[in-house]
Ligand binder design. Structure first.
Ligand code: GLU
Length: 292
């Protein structure tokens, strides 16, 4: 049996809020309850959105809560060569192709095909630059996309909290981006390459990321990587009923009062309140509750 290796993978675009602490705590507890290794990985591939010094601030917030990576923290920004090697493999296998479409081209193609979409719902790429449709046809290449094979598009997976899940990646997402037009690596590719490179066996993260899982499974299958277990944890809603997120201005959790912040996170995970007044004691209590 593979040794348990889990991770928490924040993007240093803002401080951790009460919702991110739930995911951090759940991934740590699950690792400890399995006698496993827990890693922190800084997902700073989207460099324009990253805030200088935020990685260190996040590690400080976590350490205040007794959550410290068992191995040196890996930074995605220094791992471009690994992502390139995997993209090269996908290209060589025919699983990736260059795309010359701008956002406006995609909108125009969807409109011409009579596709209407709900507001705020990302466009499903219509496949304009797929090799069998003539490829770039003289357009300069902009991004690299994953070529979804129709017979693999329907993905079934089982989440250890949410149960059986299904997504048709071709019709619900389309050929997704691996490397962006601005040269930045896409989250989907970076996360899959890093999880495999770091030998991650169990992924515990917020439920807002659940619908990324089928894309990541398709990439793992194309790259010949083992599939980790997935568990998506409950989201924390703000007073307005919306999920807490950096985008809607969620406040950082109060790392000067870590026990109170942890109690709240534990409650969101359905764990009993911890007795005592110490962080380590509380964490020990929840590890046994998590294993029970
Ligand atoms: N970096 C991602 C985020 O902060 C999480 C990635 C993951 O856990 O798969 O939303």
């Amino acid at each position: 049996m593979a040794t348990y290796r889990g991770r928490f993978a924040p993007s240093p675009t803002g401080p951790l809020h009460a919702g991110s602490l739930v995911a951090a705590l759940a991934s740590w507890l699950d690792a400890r309850a399995h006698g496993g290794i827990w890693l922190v990985r800084m997902e700073d591939v989207d460099t324009p959105r990253c805030v200088p010094g935020m990685g260190a601030h996040i590690l400080w917030q976590l350490a205040a809560c007794g959550l410290v990576s068992d191995e040196p923290v890996v930074q995605q920004s220094s791992r471009g060569a690994l992502y390139q090697a995997s993209l090269d493999q996908l290209i060589a296998q025919g699983n990736a192709y260059p795309c010359g479409c701008s956002r406006r081209d995609i909108e125009a193609a969807l409109q011409a095909a009579g596709v209407t979409r709900e507001r705020h719902h990302a466009a499903v790429y219509p496949g304009t630059c797929r090799p069998e449709r003539g490829g770039l046809q003289g357009k300069p290449p902009r991004a690299w996309r994953f070529a979804i094979e129709p017979h693999r598009a329907l993905v079934h997976w089982s989440d250890t909290r949410l149960g059986p899940q299904t997504q048709n990646v071709a019709t619900e997402v389309g050929d997704f981006i691996l490397r962006r037009a601005d040269g930045l690596w896409a989250y989907q590719l970076a996360v899959v390459v890093d999880d495999a490179d770091q030998g991650i066996t169990h992924i515990v993260r917020g439920e807002d990321l659940a619908d990324n899982t089928p894309r990541q499974l398709l990439l793992q299958r194309a790259l010949g990587q083992p599939e980790p277990y997935y568990r998506h944890t409950p989201l924390v809603l703000g007073d307005n009923g919306e999920k807490l997120s950096k985008q809607n201005g969620a406040q950082p959790f109060d790392a000067d009062h870590p026990l109170a912040a942890l109690q709240q996170a534990a409650q969101a995970l359905g764990l009993p309140p911890a007795p005592g007044s110490g962080v380590s004691e509380a964490l020990r209590h929840w590890v046994s509750a998590w294993s029970a």
